[in-house]
Design a protein. Sequence first.
Length: 307
Amino acid sequence: MVRHFLKDDDITAAEQAEILRRALELKQAPYSARPFEGPKTVALIFDKTSTRTRVSFAVGVADLGGSPLIIDSQSSQMGGKESVADTARVLGRQVAQIIWRTYAHAGLEEMAQHAGVPVINSLSDDYHPCQILADLLTIFEHKGKLAGLKIAYIGDAANNMANSYLIGCALAGMNVAVAGPAGYQPDHGIVARAELIADKHGGSVEVFGEPIGAITDADIVVTDTWISMGQEAEKAKRLEDFAGYTIDAELMKRAKSDAIFMHCLPAYRGYEVSAEVIDGPHSVIWDEAENRLHAQKALMAWLAEQA
């Protein structure tokens, strides 16, 4: 059976741990896995602009012995003259895997249904599971473990990053606390799913309507932009709504003294995080950005072995 990675709990806790273990190995020996030797081609489809995702997946495919085929949806037939299902049927006969950065999550599900090869969600409106793998790898490197640690996500708790932190970190047995203002709270279904996962793996889930409750005694503090792609017209309202949610030095004092700060980037200093924090001693954002490469290589290699 072909396996896909469209959302964080498409893998089990044991499989997540195995992928992270493989990522650590590949970080030390970058060319030790060659599942795309040939070279096989991997399709990288981008509906949204990208820096880290484009570079890390393209380099990762090459490191694994393959050839990355970058497809900008604006210059292809997909979604316009041709359906996602038909595109999937064509690509699946010619490439080893499909990685897609898109908008509606339903498109990824349709792609996976018809492709016949592994499909990876490199970002959708609902989830960003590859980022969470990179973040978990970064946390493990700095803390030496995952289970039992408290991670606090502060900001837009209704977005794809919050969803993936809730699901992916609960799967790792972590204590997940998210905080967002009214109107930016996580979906009840996502929270319920995360709670079930946390109960099974020894973690916990808490949702707050203010940042202090979430960040207190946190081992890891994370945030994301308040204004994602497609939300630019809402900028003035969002800046008003998120007043008091900036991760600054005062707020960081509520976390543990050895807490680390992470951000998936791009970051907007002075909005969701102060320059003092993101450029300060707590920040591990560059390790986190690099780890997109290693975590995604491990994921692609692991999926290649599941068929």
